[in-house]
Every structure is written in structure tokens, then in C-alpha cells.
Design a protein around this ligand. Structure first.
Ligand code: GAR
Length: 206
């Protein structure tokens, strides 16, 4: 039997709860994407256990084994190509890919971020949002371009900040939204429904 699903690589650095949400979605009939490889920049992370449990090939590309961001990024692209992945899905991946990777996967790299971009880009978005005293944060899914947390926005959803939130409680509620949203966006990308027009993304069929 041939599998006509769209092959994706999921890039992770940590717990992999968003990876798990995509794994779970991909087990349902009619889902458009198939995870062909999980790539982590760190060994010994829970995301790798999740891949193993699901029977998905996983590879580690250690930052310290590479002399430059270019080499690190090309190593990731080579693994994705070897597994015939058509797109890179960043799911809690905490490294910045070099432009060489963006060129190889133009409009085929997406990221999920725990804030309403362009507010609070970077690795500590939830902590910095709380410290700033904002009352509404959220989730952003966007295409990846050469700048950090900057590319065309595919989808955003607000999440209220509660008076007694700490970083853990707020991030947990943000993750709940992420787990609902990200598999849907990955499905839309895999179906070819996302069309980039400059800074805007048209979601065809919506
Ligand atoms: C997610 O909340 C994701 O939005 C965030 O890391 C978390 C990973 O969780 N990404 C970033 O902050 C990227 N700048 P997970 O490993 O459980 O999916």
C-alpha cells in the first residue's frame, strides 16, 4: 500500500508535548502529514522517548559537534532529505536555523511560539510576558524566515493571563492551545492550503 501523506520532519529540543500532539493527530485517518523523522539538538530529552514509543526514527544533531550555524543547519537539512521530509516543523526547537536551511526549505519551515508575535520573541517568551505585566498573551504559528520569530504569521490565538499565574501555570494553558492548534496548521500545510503572499498567509479553504 502506498502512503500519499506529506512527509515531515519534526525538530525538538525538550519535552516534546507538541510533537506528541502531532503524533496523536497523525494516527487518525485522513490526517495529511506523516512524521518521517524527529530531529533533536539535545540527547536525553523526553521528545526522543516519545518518538521511540511511536516507532518514529529519531536523530540527534548536537550543536557542539558543528563548527558553525551553517554546518549545524545543513546537517539537519541532510537528515531531513535522507528521510525524504518535505517540511521542517519546529516544535519547541530552541536553536536558530541558518539562512542556508531557510533557502533549502523555502516556505516549508514553520514554528510555534508561546506569545503573540511580534511581542516577546526569543527563548523566554512566557517568563518575559509575565514580567512585563501583560494581561493577554497567546500562541503564534508562523513560517520561519532569516530573522528570529519573524516570518509570516499563519495563525494566532489569545490566552488570558490570570492574576495568580506563574510561569508554569501560564505556560501550561498556552500549551493546551498549542496542542489543539499546531496539528491543524501542520495538516493545512501538508494539504498545500497555506499560501504565502508577502507577510500575509492565505489559508485556502477557510
Ligand atoms: C512550546 O510552548 C513552544 O511554543 C515553545 O517551547 C515549548 C516547547 O514545548 N517554543 C519556543 O519558546 C520557541 N521560541 P514542548 O517541547 O512540550 O512541545
Amino acid at each position: 500500500m502506498t502512503d500519499s501523506r506529506y512527509p515531515i520532519a519534526v525538530l525538538v529540543s525538550g519535552s516534546g508535548s507538541n510533537l506528541q500532539a502531532i503524533i496523536d493527530a497523525a494516527e487518525k485517518p485522513g490526517y495529511a502529514a506523516e512524521i518521517v523523522v524527529v530531529i533533536s539538538d539535545r540527547p536525553d530529552v523526553k521528545a526522543l522517548d516519545r518518538a521511540a514509543t511511536a516507532g518514529i526514527p529519531a536523530e540527534v544533531v548536537d550543536w557542539s559537534d558543528h563548527e558553525s550555524r551553517d554546518q549545524f543547519s545543513l546537517a539537519i537539512c541532510d537528515i531531513a532529505d535522507r528521510h525524504k521530509a518535505q517540511a521542517l516543523i519546529l516544535a519547541g526547537f530552541m536553536r536558530v536555523l541558518a539562512p542556508v536551511a531557510i533557502d533549502r526549505f523555502t516556505n516549508r519551515i514553520i514554528n510555534i511560539h508561546p506569545a503573540l508575535l511580534p511581542s516577546f520573541p526569543g527563548a523566554n517568551a512566557v517568563r518575559e510576558s509575565l514580567a512585563h505585566g501583560i494581561t493577554i498573551t497567546g500562541v503564534t504559528v508562523h513560517f520561519v524566515d532569516e530573522q528570529v520569530d519573524h516570518g509570516p504569521i499563519i495563525y494566532q490565538e489569545p490566552v488570558p493571563v490570570l492574576a495568580d499565574d506563574d510561569e508554569g501555570t501560564l505556560h501550561a494553558r498556552i500549551r493546551e492551545v498549542e496542542h489543539r492548534v499546531y496539528p491543524r496548521v501542520v495538516d493545512a500545510l501538508s494539504c498545500g492550503e497555506l499560501v504565502v503572499e508577502g507577510r500575509r498567509v492565505v489559508w485556502e479553504g477557510q
